[in-house]
Design a protein around this ligand. Structure first.
Ligand code: SF4
Length: 470
């Protein structure tokens, strides 16, 4: 064989695919950043390694929001450096600077190969190309876990997060996300709907819409009309929700909305829920009820009459479930303001409430507020809050005793013959309760992960339901 033939034959043989270890820390928004990077890596022919040892290089997508998350991120980088030695860091912690202007990650771990902030797929890819060149002949059609135009997803195949915008225009005093992720940038509506369709085509049964502020979608582009399937559609939450709902219906899938602020525009989403186009579930991060605390927090929609608004939503859509998070012990919070919060929790009937005792975050404006609340008072308030939250949740959940509900199956032991675990419309994955499914009574009946089944609630246990498939 001549040299030239040998060379051309060799060029047709794919080089072994370089292996990348990947760790994704932090919130669902960070997870979608990871998915974008993994999609690009897969498209270029890189493969992933399950261990640091087996990888040619490791990427760590970090979280930098609270002190515990910073520590977890720095520890993970340390472990990747010790075991593998070649590490690229991305994510929120990557955007954090110390007092000297140097990024925190390089200051602690100077041997990392590169550091980028969040939402930086191209910068990460540039760093990967520099330190681990692309394989010669990528077999781009063979992307595992890929959903075509929607790319690679890290969630189980039957549900997926759909990010509709990046960044935030608000400046809540306890939050550093805008300084890490920048101002609001809405994705084109056509791109979002194309991604949603690809996900449904790929078998996704539940789409979880996420952003920093879902109600603000389109504000940055002044609600300009985009196009999808040749039709003009406004870049606005209500139009997007209606389109997603209609699309989901054709695939028999669910759409769930997260991070919705209680602006008047949300009133337009409730009829879509009442009609069954999207799940009657709202994840609204109220953070507090008292107008003075909300003002000190500089919360969006702080002047809204939230109780009135919630009552109005429930009148239109009685099955509406509301999840929310709250902060207690914010600087200056008086006992009276805290009592107002407990009262709000009861009157609003918040179905699922999470609570944090306020803690300082490096770089947050609230750190300079006077009248810090002592730790023991904060903790005592958190405990009191959780007790009321539990009472309210139990009372609301008890209404479902005996009801026939639709359940999306997350786990099915022996095809459901030995029972399983699923979720109803009231339960978002990872954060809410679950439905424990009993084995079906009929021997012939089976179910599997990703199926929708009907089940009768036979018991309410804590935040969970026990149900019998029918
Ligand atoms: S709305 Fe407030 S808490 Fe949420 S990301 Fe924006 S600044 Fe942070």
């Amino acid at each position: 064989m001549s040299n030239s033939i040998a060379t051309s034959v060799a060029s047709l043989v794919p080089t072994p695919a370089p292996k990348i270890g990947f760790v994704s820390l932090g919130c669902p928004k960070a997870l979608t950043d990871s998915e974008l990077i993994l999609t690009q890596l897969s498209a270029e022919g890189y493969t992933t390694s399950k261990s640091f040892e087996g990888a040619d290089l490791v990427i760590v997508n970090t979280c930098g929001f609270i002190d515990d998350a910073v520590k977890e991120s720095l520890d993970t980088i340390q472990e990747a450096l010790s075991v593998n030695g070649r590490v690229i860091v991305t994510g929120c912690l990557g955007a954090k600077k110390g007092a000297d202007g140097q990024d925190v990650v390089s200051a602690v771990h100077p041997s990392v190969l590169a550091v980028t902030g969040p939402h930086a797929t191209q910068e990460v890819m540039d760093a990967v190309h520099k330190h681990l060149p692309k394989p010669v002949n990528p077999l781009i059609d063979l992307i595992p876990n890929s959903f075509g135009e929607a790319g690679v997803k890290l969630t189980p195949r039957h549900y997926a997060y759909l990010k509709i915008s990046e960044g935030c225009n608000h400046r809540c005093t306890f939050c550093i996300i805008p300084s890490l992720r920048g101002d609001l940038v809405s994705r084109p509506i056509g791109d979002i709907l194309t991604e949603a369709k690809a996900l449904f085509e790929g078998g996704v049964k539940e789409l979880l819409v996420i952003s920093q502020d879902t109600s603000a979608y389109g504000v940055d582009v002044k609600y300009v009309s985009g196009f999808w399937n040749g039709r003009p559609i406004k870049t606005r939450t209500q139009e997007l929700t209606a389109e997603l709902g209609a699309l989901a219906k054709t695939y028999g899938a669910w759409v769930r909305l997260h991070y919705v602020y209680p602006y008047p525009t949300v009133d337009h989403l409730i009829p879509l829920m009442a009609k069954g186009l999207v799940l009657p579930y709202l994840d609204v991060p109220f953070q507090h009820s008292h107008p003075d605390v909300l003002k000190r927090m500089k919360r969006p929609a702080s002047g809204e009459r939230n109780l009135e608004r919630i009552n109005n939503w429930r009148a239109q859509c009685p099955e509406l479930v509301i999840r929310s998070t709250f902060i207690v012990g914010f600087p200056g919070e008086t006992e009276e303001e805290f009592e107002d919060l407990l009262q709000f929790l009861r009157e609003a009937g918040i179905d699922r409430a999470g609570c944090f005792a306020y803690s300082e975050i490096d770089g947050a404006v609230a750190n300079d507020l006077p009248n810090l609340i002592p730790e023991d008072v904060k903790e005592a308030r958190r405990a009191r809050f959780m007790q009321v939250a539990q009472e309210v949740a139990t009372e609301r959940l008890a209404r479902r005793q005996g009801a026939v509900i639709q359940v999306l199956v997350d786990k099915a032991i022996a095809m459901g013959k030995k029972g399983g675990v699923g979720r109803s419309y009231a339960d978002a994955p990872e954060i809410d309760g679950v439905v424990h499914l009993l084995p079906p009574e009929k021997i012939s009946k089976t179910y599997k992960v990703g199926d929708f089944i009907k089940a009768r609630v036979v018991e309410v246990r804590g935040h969970d339901l026990i149900a019998l498939p029918i």
